[in-house]
Ligand binder design. Structure first.
Ligand code: NAP
Length: 267
């Protein structure tokens, strides 16, 4: 596994992490066992970045992540999110403590604002985020689905901390962040966490066969390799089964040539 610095921090996160949307959604406890086993396998393979949210499966996703990491807390980097309507000062503090309880950990590594809410002053949300850092409940602050101007406003609202990351949708089949958010993140040393990097499982069928053969990769692996070709990007595919997790973990074993990345981009 390859690791990259998170924002301007000294923290190293795996270039391929594990998204946890949909974990615990099923009522079938057998499926939960499989999801936890899949996370265990990913951790074994060096995927230390785990992304969840208070919203996912009404908190069950965080509980399953907690179950998966209970014997290896120090080996993983846990990112979760506070969602609107919890962006008022007191609500942020309460939501964070609830997430910590569900995760069963002493602190959250990266606490992200899931979506911006223009009805709540960003200064108020960020004051709460800084209080959580000060109290040791959160290590780093991130945002998600923030535009460039919203990220600027979030940064300006922080007194002592920096925005470490912006989590946005980015895949070979959805490249809208390349116009402004990606260049901004590269310039400002903010990690871009690419969500839905496998286009929600709609794996691209248009990747040139010669590239797949040359690097001996599957289409899903080629998509993850491509999306993380820039130093400032890490990706968080969701894999509910071990076979997919293993495939994703080995997707960047070999880097493609610039010409081949360009060929994929223009395909
Ligand atoms: P995704 O990662 O693009 O795709 C997940 C789908 O791809 C699942 O159906 C999965 O199947 C399948 N898959 C995984 N590995 C595969 C492989 N090697 N080959 C073939 N299929 C494979 O979609 P996503 O879940 O929307 O996004 C990933 C994560 O991003 C989420 O879990 C969440 O953490 C985050 N996210 C954040 C936001 C936000 O607003 N911040 C929004 C959406 C998502 P199996 O499960 O059966 O393995």
């Amino acid at each position: 596994m390859e690791y990259r610095q998170l924002g301007r921090t000294k923290e190293k996160v795996s270039v391929i992490g594990m998204g946890c949307w949909g974990l615990g959604l099923s009522r079938d406890t057998g499926e939960w066992t499989q999801e936890v086993a899949s996370l265990h396998r990913g951790i074994e393979l060096g995927m230390n970045l785990i992304d969840t949210a208070e919203r996912y499966s009404s908190g069950r996703s965080e509980e399953l992540v907690g179950e998966a990491v209970k014997d290896c807390r120090d080996d993983v980097f846990i990112a979760t999110k506070v969602a609107p309507p919890n962006l008022r000062y007191d609500a942020v503090i309460r939501a964070c403590k609830d997430s910590i309880k569900r995760l069963g950990v002493p602190h959250i590594d990266l606490y992200q604002i899931h979506w911006p809410d223009p009805t709540v002053p960003i200064k108020e949300t960020m004051s709460a985020m800084e209080k959580l850092v000060q109290d040791g409940l959160v290590k780093y602050i991130g945002v998600s689905n923030f535009s460039v101007s919203e990220t600027d406003a979030a940064r300006a609202a922080l007194a002592k901390n920096e925005i470490a990351s912006n989590q946005v949708e980015y895949a070979l089949s959805n490249r809208s962040v390349e116009t402004d958010i990606l260049p901004y993140c590269v310039r400002e040393k903010i990690t871009l966490i690419a969500y839905s990097p496998l286009a929600h499982g709609h794996i691209a069928r248009f990747i040139p066969t010669d590239i797949l053969q040359k690097y001996d990769v599957t289409p899903a692996q080629a998509m993850l390799n491509w999306v993380t070709r820039k130093e400032q990007v890490v990706a968080i595919p969701k894999a509910g089964n071990i076979k997919h997790q293993e495939e994703n973990a080995s997707s960047i074993a070999v880097r493609f040539s610039t010409a081949d990345y360009e060929k994929m981009s223009s395909g």
